[in-house]
Design a protein around this ligand. Structure first.
Ligand code: NVA
Length: 218
C-alpha cells in the first residue's frame, strides 16, 4: 500500500533497510524507479562509487584483481556481482563462518573465489577493499566478531604484498584499529575520500539515468 501511494507522489524512491525482500516487494508495487540504498544482502550504490573511483585513478578495472578482506556481507556480495559486470577477478578472504552466501559463490565462480587468508587475497591485488566487522543490526555481535576477524585487518603490511599501485577503499564509516590499522586511511594509495565524494556524483548520475528511462516508458 505504501509503495502504491508513495510512488504516486514522487519521481524516484531510494530505500535503505535490512531485509532485501522489503526493497524487492516495494519495487514490485512502485510505479517509479526504486534504488537500493543498502540492504542486508546488497549495497550496489557503493559499487557505482567504487568503480568510478578506481577508473578515475587507474583506468579500466577490467582484467584487474580485487581483494575483498573481511566480512562476507552486503558489500562483499555487491563486489561479487561487480566482478561479473566489470570483468575483474575477485579474491575473497573471510574467517570461517563469515563467507558470502554459497549461491553467490556458485553463480559467480567464473570471477570470484574464496582464498585461505588475507595474505593470499592481497598478493598482487590491484585494489584492496574492506568493511566494518559488524554491520548495521549486528552491533551486539561486535565482541565475538572482533575475535573472529583478528587476522583480517587491512594494514600497511598487507598493502606491501599487493601490486605497488594497489588502491585501498572502504565504504565508511571505518573503525581504526579494527578492520583497518590506525593509519590506513592516510596510506598513500588509500582513495577513501574520493570514494566517499563519488557517492554523490555516481548517485546523481543514477537518478538522472533512471528518471530518463522511466520517462521513456510514458
Ligand atoms: N556493511 C555495512 C556497510 C555500511 C555502509 C553495513 O551494512 O552496515
Amino acid at each position: 500500500d505504501s509503495a502504491r501511494v508513495i510512488s504516486s507522489m514522487l519521481d524516484i524512491v531510494m530505500i535503505r533497510t535490512f531485509g532485501h525482500d522489503i526493497v524487492e516487494r516495494f519495487a514490485s508495487y512502485s510505479t517509479v524507479p526504486v534504488i537500493n540504498a543498502l540492504t542486508d544482502d546488497h549495497h550496489p550504490c557503493q559499487l557505482l562509487a567504487d568503480m568510478q573511483t578506481f577508473t578515475e585513478h587507474r583506468g579500466s578495472i577490467q582484467g584487474k584483481t580485487v581483494a575483498w578482506i573481511g566480512d562476507g556481507n552486503n558489500m562483499c556480495n555487491s563486489y561479487i556481482e561487480a566482478a561479473h559486470m566489470w570483468g575483474f577477478k575477485l579474491k575473497i578472504a573471510t574467517p570461517k563462518g563469515y563467507e558470502p552466501q554459497q549461491k553467490f559463490l556458485t553463480e559467480f565462480a567464473h570471477c570470484a573465489e574464496l582464498v585461505g587468508s588475507a595474505e593470499d587475497a592481497a598478493v598482487n591485488a590491484d585494489l584492496i577493499v574492506t568493511d566494518v566487522w559488524a554491520s548495521m543490526g549486528q552491533e551486539e555481535e561486535q565482541k565475538i566478531r572482533e575475535k573472529a576477524f583478528a587476522d583480517y585487518q587491512v594494514n600497511e603490511r598487507l598493502m606491501d604484498l599487493a601490486h605497488p599501485d594497489c588502491l585501498f577503499m572502504h565504504c565508511l564509516p571505518a573503525h581504526r584499529g579494527e578492520e583497518i590499522s590506525e593509519n590506513m586511511l592516510d596510506h598513500k594509495n588509500a582513495v577513501v575520500w574520493d570514494e566517499a565524494e563519488n557517492r554523490l556524483h555516481a548517485q546523481k548520475a543514477l537518478v538522472e539515468f533512471l528518471i530518463n528511462e522511466n520517462l521513456k516508458k510514458d
